[in-house]
Design a protein around this ligand. Structure first.
Ligand code: ADP
Ligand code: MG
Length: 263
C-alpha cells in the first residue's frame, strides 16, 4: 500500500460575483511511496497549492479522495506537517514556544516537549534563539522555525508549499541543503511544491510536472542522482540533463498559461 494515495482528486471553485466557475484541478491520481521526496513543479496558477491544501485537509476536493496510510483525509491533522511560503509562526510566541505548539496541543508532557524542541532547534541551527520572537529573526530563520515546528510533531508526511520562495538566493540554497540533509537522515515522506526547476531536481527523487490550468500531472520523472547530495551536484552533467528536459516541459506550460490569461 502506498503512503499517500490521491485518487481522482479535482477541484472547481464556484463562480464569484457573477463570473465563471474556475476549474483549478483536473482529476489527479497519484501514489506516493513511503520515504518519497516528491517535488511538484508547475506554472503559476496551475493548481499546485490547491492540490496541497486538499492533501492537508484545508480544502475539500470536488471529486475524489485522499488516503494517508489508508485513511481518508477530511480535515487538517498533526499527521501532516505544513510549511507555507509566507511565515505562519505565531508572532506572540517565542521560537521555542512556536516549535512546541503542536506538542502542547496534543498534551505531550513538558519534559518531552523540551527535549523534542531542543533536538529540532539544534537540527535547524537555531540554538541560542529559543527565546526570540519571530519578528526578531530573518526570513530564513523563521522558515527554519516553521520546519522545526512541522518536524517536532513527527508527521507522517511533510507538505511544503514554496517554503523558500520568499528567501534570497543564497539563503534559499542553504535551506535546500538543510532540508535535504534532514531528509537523508529521516527519509520522511515529502510533497514539496515549487516553480523553481533547480530546486525541484536538487531535492527530489521524483519530479511531477503539472500542466497549465486546469492542472493535471503532465509528467512524472524519476531523479536518479546519488545521495548524499550537496550544491556541487547542481553543476553535474546529469543535473543539466534533467534541467534541460524540465525547462522544455515547463516552458510549454507557461506559454499555455500566458495565452489563457490573455484570452
Ligand atoms: P498555484 O499554487 O499553482 O499557483 P493555485 O492552486 O493557487 O495555483 O490556484 C489555481 C487556480 O485556482 C488559480 O486560477 C486560482 O486563481 C484559483 N483559485 C485558487 N483558490 C481559489 C479560491 N479560493 N476561489 C477561487 N479561485 C481560486
Ligand atoms: Mg501556489
Amino acid at each position: 500500500m502506498s503512503k499517500l494515495r490521491i485518487s481522482g482528486v479535482s477541484r472547481t471553485f464556484p463562480p464569484a460575483g457573477g463570473g465563471k466557475a474556475v476549474r483549478a484541478l483536473e482529476p489527479v491520481t497519484l501514489d506516493v511511496a513511503d520515504n518519497d521526496f516528491i517535488t511538484i513543479l508547475g506554472p503559476s496558477g496551475c493548481g499546485k497549492s490547491t492540490l496541497l491544501r486538499i492533501v492537508a485537509g484545508l480544502s475539500q476536493p470536488t471529486t475524489g479522495q485522499v488516503l494517508l496510510d489508508g485513511e481518508i483525509v477530511t480535515r487538517p491533522g498533526p499527521d501532516r506537517g505544513m510549511v507555507f511560503q509566507s511565515y505562519t509562526l505565531f508572532p506572540w510566541l517565542t521560537i521555542k514556544e512556536n516549535i512546541c505548539f503542536g506538542l502542547r496541543e496534543k498534551g505531550v508532557p513538558a519534559a518531552i516537549q523540551n527535549e523534542r524542541a531542543a533536538f529540532f532547534i539544534e537540527r535547524v541551527g537555531l540554538r541560542g534563539f529559543e527565546g526570540h520572537y519571530p519578528k526578531m529573526l530573518s526570513g530564513g530563520m523563521q522558515q527554519r522555525t516553521a520546519l522545526a515546528r512541522a518536524l517536532a510533531n513527527d508527521p507522517k508526511i511533510l507538505l511544503l508549499d514554496e517554503p523558500f520562495g520568499a528567501l534570497d538566493n543564497q539563503t534559499r540554497a542553504l535551506m535546500q541543503e538543510l532540508l535535504l540533509g534532514i531528509w537523508e537522515q529521516d527519509r520522511k515522506t515529502v510533497l514539496f511544491v515549487t516553480h523553481d526547476i533547480d530546486e525541484s531536481i536538487f531535492l527530489a527523487n521524483r519530479v511531477l510536472v503539472m500542466s497549465a490550468r486546469p492542472g493535471r500531472i503532465k509528467s512524472d520523472i524519476a531523479v536518479n542522482l546519488p545521495h548524499p547530495r550537496d550544491y556541487k551536484i547542481k553543476t553535474s552533467t546529469d543535473f543539466a540533463r534533467y534541467k534541460a528536459q524540465l525547462t522544455e516541459e515547463i516552458r510549454e506550460e507557461s506559454i499555455k498559461a500566458m495565452i489563457a490569461m490573455q484570452a
